[in-house]
Design a protein around this ligand. Structure first.
Ligand SMILES: Nc1ncnc2c1ncn2[C@@H]1O[C@H](COP(=O)(O)OP(=O)(O)O)[C@@H](O)[C@H]1O
Ligand SMILES: [Mg+2]
Length: 416
């Protein structure tokens, strides 16, 4: 089969690598792809241009497309490709609202009694401020729509909470994404990400993962797209996993079906393991980055076959089996990220490290590879223990060089 993967980050690099191992894959294309994807032919293009992407997919004779990033999903790329006769892995625009509208997701959870933080949704400043008056602190304020991971404010004081409400609803700090907001209860506990594959009725969870969102060590500094991951996380015990499956995962699929929005693709459950059990923080309608780089290393089986089964409605529980190993992924960023940073620095990757590297903000030039983004690449290694995986990953990091290479030295430290 001819496969098209949409996207250009480390996540897509990991997906391409894995899809290439499938005997079902004949030729793989990536739009726009990145220079690390040896197994895929790059197709220049803009994933937000549905008509152009469909046209290119038809010209290339694509048999199956994998739409990975959030914006194209919210923009209905899967619907457009399917209408153009190209089957896809990924949710329709309607189903992708599980991520692209936090108000939709919260109201769904409320309606179908899926455990999550107590909340109220607002479009007007005055009632939101009135609600805050009786709200315990900290209060969590969330923009409804996609906000590149910046749309959530945990307000420690009433003043901060009021400022956040006004910034979103009045000053449109997040544009349309913040024209509706949520004010919700603050939850405590370890955070766990569970990526799952689903055909709308059946669901296969991949090993649990823990991202490190803040730029600085010991979870200080600004929020980023993710600075590193360990998988599985010790907090996601078998008991918690069972509760999550029965009280959260399967009820979510049923709810989406009942709403006429059958979800096929990857649901990423962002969970808080509270002392009352797992609670949904948010849904993502896609694979996570960098979670994907880590968890795909921990399962055996044909990923492409599993994705095809998701599309057909024939996903089997034993498609992807856990190896029982541990993974650690360390992201190498440009100094200054997520604030201002410089790009264009030459990159070298030691030969023995290359198989463990996923490219993200990397550009091919006549002079070789240079940095072109905030998150430049990531190094992912596995081991029989978390410690082994971690030691290997940090050893691997030493084999990658570029000016301003920045990484957190404490990925997974809290879980050891
Ligand atoms: N109700 C909550 N209580 C405590 N922390 C929260 C809550 N909701 C979100 N957070 C924190 O904020 C982060 C971002 O929130 P999330 O809902 O995942 O939105 P997004 O990923 O779209 O920014 C979470 O990873 C979590 O650390
Ligand atoms: Mg999140």
């Amino acid at each position: 089969m001819n496969i098209l993967v949409i996207g250009s980050g480390g996540r897509e690099h990991a997906l391409v690598k894995r899809i290439a191992q499938s005997p079902l894959a004949k030729k793989i294309y990536a739009l726009p792809g990145n220079p690390g994807m040896r197994e895929a032919a790059a197709v220049p293009g803009n994933p937000m241009d549905n008509a152009d992407t469909v046209k290119k997919a038809i010209e290339l004779g694509i048999d199956f497309a994998v739409v990975a990033p959030d914006d194209p999903l919210a923009n209905g790329l899967v619907d457009a490709l399917e209408e153009g006769g190209i089957p896809c892995f990924g949710p329709s625009r309607q189903a992708a609202q599980l991520e692209s509208s936090k108000v939709f997701a919260k109201e769904l959870m409320q309606k179908y009694q899926i455990p999550t933080a107590r909340f109220r949704a607002f479009t007007q400043v005055a009632p939101a401020l009135a609600y805050l008056n009786d709200h315990p602190l900290p209060a969590v304020i969330k923009a409804d729509g996609l906000a590149k991971g910046k749309g959530v404010i945990i307000a420690e004081s009433l003043q901060e909470a009021e400022d956040a409400v006004k910034a979103m609803l009045q000053d449109k700090a997040f544009g349309e994404s913040g024209s509706r907001i949520i004010i919700e209860e603050f939850l405590q506990g370890p955070e766990v990400s569970v990526l799952t594959l689903t055909d709308g009725e059946n669901l296969v969870p991949l090993p649990s993962a823990m991202d490190h969102k803040r730029a600085g060590e010991n979870d200080t500094g600004l929020n980023t797209g993710g600075m590193g991951v360990i998988a599985p996380t010790p907090f996601y015990t078998e008991e918690v996993a069972k509760e999550a499956m029965d009280a959260i995962f399967l009820p979510t699929l049923k709810a989406m079906k009942a709403e006429g929005r059958v979800f096929r693709g990857c649901i990423f459950f962002g969970l808080m393991i509270t002392d009352k059990g797992p609670r949904v923080l948010e849904y993502n309608a896609r694979f996570g980055d960098p979670e994907t780089q880590a968890v795909l290393e921990l399962v055996e089986g044909d990923l492409l076959a599993a994705m095809l089964a998701c599309r057909k409605g024939a996903l089997k529980a034993d498609t992807l089996k856990s190896t029982g190993k541990h993974a650690c992924c360390v992201v190498l960023a440009s100094k200054g990220y997520p604030g201002q940073f410089e790009t264009g620095f030459p990159i070298t990757v030691a030969e023995e490290v290359a198989p463990f590297v996923h490219y993200a903000g990397v550009k091919q030039t006549d002079q070789g590879l240079v940095t072109s983004g905030g998150r430049v690449m990531s190094v992912t290694c596995t081991g029989d223990t978390l410690k082994e995986a971690r030691d290997k990953a940090y050893e691997g990091v030493k084999g990658v060089h570029f000016t301003g290479k920045y990484f957190r030295r404490d990925i997974g430290a809290s879980a050891l």
